[in-house]
Structure formats: C-alpha cells, structure tokens
Ligand binder design. Structure first.
Ligand SMILES: Cc1cc2nc3c(=O)[nH]c(=O)nc-3n(C[C@H](O)[C@H](O)[C@H](O)COP(=O)(O)OP(=O)(O)OC[C@H]3O[C@@H](n4cnc5c(N)ncnc54)[C@H](O)[C@@H]3O)c2cc1C
Length: 283
C-alpha cells in the first residue's frame, strides 16, 4: 500500500438527528456520493452561490490505485474549481509516450509540442489526492456545502417537483427532501439501479493487475516521465503492459492477465511480487 496518510473525515450527526446546523424542509440540491464527480459538482455549484448537501456512505478518500491520468481539459475544469494548481504542483507532468512491440519501439507521440500552455497534456496524480483536495476545497464553502460522511442513501421517492431521500447514518435514519438530486454514486450507482436505468455500453472480458510500486530509482531511461506501453513484452509474454510515474516515487504498472485469470488468486502477495520484479527488466 502506498505511503499516503488516509485520514478519516469527521462523522457528525446531521441536523435532522439532533446535530448542529439548521434543518431545512427542502434543500436546493442533494448530491449522492462524494467521489470526484459529486465533490466537483458541489464545488462548482458553490462557486455559483448554489448550496448543496453531499451524502456519502463512507468517510475516507478512495483506497488504492484508481484514476491517475488527468488530461488538460479536466485540469482546466479543476482550475475553475480552485484545485488545478495544487494538482499541477503535486502531480507528475508528462506529454510523451512510447509504444513497444516486444523490445522494438514502434510508435511514439508528443501530446503537446507547443510551449506556453497553463496546463500540460497530462498530470499523473493518485485519485486519493484529488479527492482530498476536493474535500478540502468543499470545506472552504462552509455556508454552501454541507458534507455528510457515513450518510448512506438507501432509497428515494420522486415526488414530481422534488425528491425525498432516505438516509442511514450511525446516528439513525432520516429523510431529506431536495429540489434536485444528483446521482454521483459511481459506476455501480445504486440510485440508477433503483430507477431501473440501464448503463449501456461495451465491455470486453479481460483482467488486469494494477500495482503501485514505490521505487527510489526511476525505471525510465531519462528523468522525463513518459507513458510506456508494451504489446507482448519479453517480461510479460503474450500480454500487454503499461507503466506510469506518479508522485511520491510511486510507479504504476498495469499488467494484462487474460480473461481466465482469477482476480482473487492473482491479487495474493506470492503472485504479485514476481510480476512486479519485471520493473527491474525495464529501461
Ligand atoms: C481499480 C480501479 C482502477 C481504476 N483505474 C482508473 C484509471 O486508471 N483511470 C481512470 O480514468 N479511471 C480509473 N478508474 C475509474 C475511476 O476511479 C472512476 O471513474 C471515478 O472514481 C468515478 O468517480 P465518481 O465520483 O463518478 O464515482 P466514485 O469515485 O465511485 O464515487 C462514488 C461515491 O459514492 C459513494 N456512494 C455509493 N453509493 C452510495 C450511497 N448509496 N449513498 C451514499 N454514497 C454512496 C461511494 O462511497 C463513493 O464515495 C478506476 C477504478 C477502479 C475501481
């Protein structure tokens, strides 16, 4: 596990269950989920003077390796929200990538050949930092953003011109009504499931091992971080691999394992360790 310091956010009783703050018969906006999307929505609304209450079933930023590559367009949005510069400062900036087949470099690219842009082509930054920065930004809008951790939305009722959410907390259950509710509860959205809304798209049967490896020495040939992608590398025959640098000297390697791989078995230490020694073979 990377050396990120996971600090749980405070969990307090909501005003509906006797906690501090004013109860409202109806909130303007309720946001279900405090992941990157819910938090970004709350901050964006607050910058326009629109109050919201944010309900999340958890009280810690996302654990482990999730999104890492933030593109220029996304960084510009984060700039508008007031966290872009912080991300740029902490993150690893890159714009070039190399693609290998075996040991042969078959393609390379530069996503931003021009100078003078405020934000680079990409910044690599672990999702837990992005969520932390968004939570801290949201906490600056104390009068406009009511962040409620360990508040799980378990049901909702559509009353045509407003919505009522049923919320479970460690302090008990309560109902909360809002003019609008934003379902930002992730890819497996319970809200969408309750509403019977499909999430059409294409998936392909595959498994990947994602490992964050802390290393003092860079596996790259130069000090300039790049995106390296391999088809059928010698160190991982018949599959693909991807390597990115992240802050805190953490390198993320994504190894394709094939559709038959059993994720539970592959995530064990004895399986993971021999695979990540491939990093010694790179460069
Ligand atoms: C293993 C893994 C690797 C990934 N790698 C990448 C990558 O390399 N690049 C990339 O771009 N993306 C990656 N992703 C995807 C990326 O993490 C998501 O796109 C991103 O988190 C989506 O943000 P979100 O806010 O929509 O949802 P989430 O981050 O899932 O946040 C949803 C929030 O809603 C809360 N919630 C859920 N149900 C309820 C409820 N009933 N009541 C209240 N709160 C609720 C959850 O606790 C969570 O905090 C990865 C994801 C995973 C799991």
């Amino acid at each position: 596990m990377p050396n990120y310091n996971y600090k749980p956010f405070d969990v307090v009783a909501p005003p509906e269950l006797g906690g501090d703050g004013e109860t409202q018969n109806k909130y303007p906006v309720a946001i279900i989920g405090a992941g990157p999307i819910g938090l970004a929505a709350a901050v964006d609304l607050a910058t326009k003077g629109i109050p919201s209450v944010v309900l999340d079933d958890n009280n810690v930023v996302s654990v482990g390796s999730r999104a890492i590559c933030w593109a220029k367009r996304t960084l510009k949005i984060f700039d508008r929200l007031g966290v872009g510069e912080r991300m740029l400062e902490k993150g690893v900036t890159w714009k070039t990538g190399r693609l290998f087949h075996g040991t042969d470099e078959v393609y390379n690219f530069d996503l931003l050949p021009e100078d003078g842009h405020k934000y680079p082509a990409f910044v690599n930054l672990q999702q837990y930092y992005v969520e932390q920065y968004l939570v801290e930004k949201a906490q600056e809008f104390q009068k406009l953003i009511d962040l409620r951790f360990k508040n799980k939305v378990v049901d909702h009722e559509d009353n045509n011109d407003y919505i009522t959410l049923s919320v479970e907390t460690p302090f008990g259950k309560y109902d909360l009504s809002a003019d609008y509710a934003l379902a930002c509860d992730g890819a497996g959205s319970p809200t969408r499931k309750r509403m019977g809304l499909p999430f059409d798209g294409q998936t392909f049967e595959e498994h990947f091992l994602i490992a964050d490896v802390e290393m003092d020495e860079s596996p790259f040939e130069t000090d300039i971080p790049e995106r390296w992608f391999w088809f059928e590398p010698e160190f991982h025959p018949g599959q693909s691999a991807l390597l990115h640098k992240q802050p805190d000297n953490i390198y993320r390697i994504d190894l394709q394992l094939g559709p038959e791989a059993d994720p539970k078995v592959q995530a064990t230490e004895e399986k993971v360790l021999p695979r990540i020694t491939v990093l010694d073979a790179i460069g």
